[in-house]
Ligand binder design. Structure first.
Ligand code: 6PG
Length: 242
């Protein structure tokens, strides 16, 4: 299935389009099932999206029907500036009418990433009771220049996991080396997976990722929802030549 590729003149345009896409999916899920369960992403790229979603244009979304989770987390305290929960909470979740018990942060306090990963999996299993894999309505994802997505890094053990929903992982960089990540089958169970790639530093990886068949040695190319939609929002700087 060729990916649904959407290119915009700049990162701001890609963020505006992604915000509209997010809102459409939110309304559809809330109407169809009474709830919108979304996996938020970390990193720099989604911050513009979070800022837009917190604005007046989207204040009429049924925020009280949203349930917010993370596709991965850096193993840092929630107050740490590099913590993914903190970024989305500061930019979006504290600025819209989301009930506190609808925000499911990845625990990072026990000192043992494996234990906290198992705890997050238990939380997900309570929410998605009885499902083989959790079917999120929306998975927002980014891609690193090395082809990682969430905290699924090239050559890492987490990329190979096909049974567990949540596992510890390790990033090459020092500050946020220890991670917790959801696994490939979880992302592939989602109804809609949306990647955002912006900036010329993502062009090389985008060329390898967005082709058929995609390069097999990059974790982001493993994310192909089995019964769901896959969409890429890019700015022109990250977009392979047409
Ligand atoms: C994280 C993200 C990670 C991110 C990519 C791209 O915890 O950092 O989950 O997978 O999406 O590293 O990050 P940028 O948007 O900052 O380029």
């Amino acid at each position: 299935m060729a990916p649904d590729l959407r290119v915009y003149p700049d990162a701001a345009g890609a963020a505006r389009a992604a915000a509209a896409d997010f809102a459409d999916a939110f309304r559809s899920a809330a109407q169809a099932r009474g709830v919108f369960r979304v996996l938020l992403s970390g990193g720099r790229t989604p911050k513009a999206l979070y800022f837009l979603l917190a604005g007046r244009e989207f204040s009429d979304l049924p925020w009280e029907r949203g349930e917010f989770f993370w596709g991965d987390e850096r193993y840092l305290p929630p107050a740490h500036p590099d913590n993914n929960y903190r970024a989305a909470n500061d930019l979006l979740l504290t600025r819209v009418a989301v009930p506190g018990d609808s925000v499911y942060a990845v625990p990072t306090a026990s000192g043992d990433p494996a234990r906290d990963a198992a705890r997050y999996e238990q939380t997900l299993r309570r929410v998605f009771d009885g499902e083989a894999f959790p079917r999120f309505d929306y998975a927002l994802m980014g891609v690193g220049a090395d082809g990682h997505t969430a905290s699924l890094f090239p050559g890492g053990e987490a990329v190979k996991e096909r049974k567990r929903w949540v596992v510890p992982a390790y990033a090459p960089d020092k500050i946020t080396r220890s991670r917790i990540t959801l696994t490939v089958p979880v992302f592939n169970a989602a109804r809609r997976v949306v990647f955002m790639l912006c900036g010329e530093d993502k062009l090389a990886i985008a060329e390898r990722l967005i082709k058929e068949p995609p390069a097999k040695d990059i974790p982001a190319s493993l994310i192909r929802p089995a019964d769901g939609e896959l969409v890429y929002f890019l700015d022109r700087a990250a977009s392979p030549a047409a």
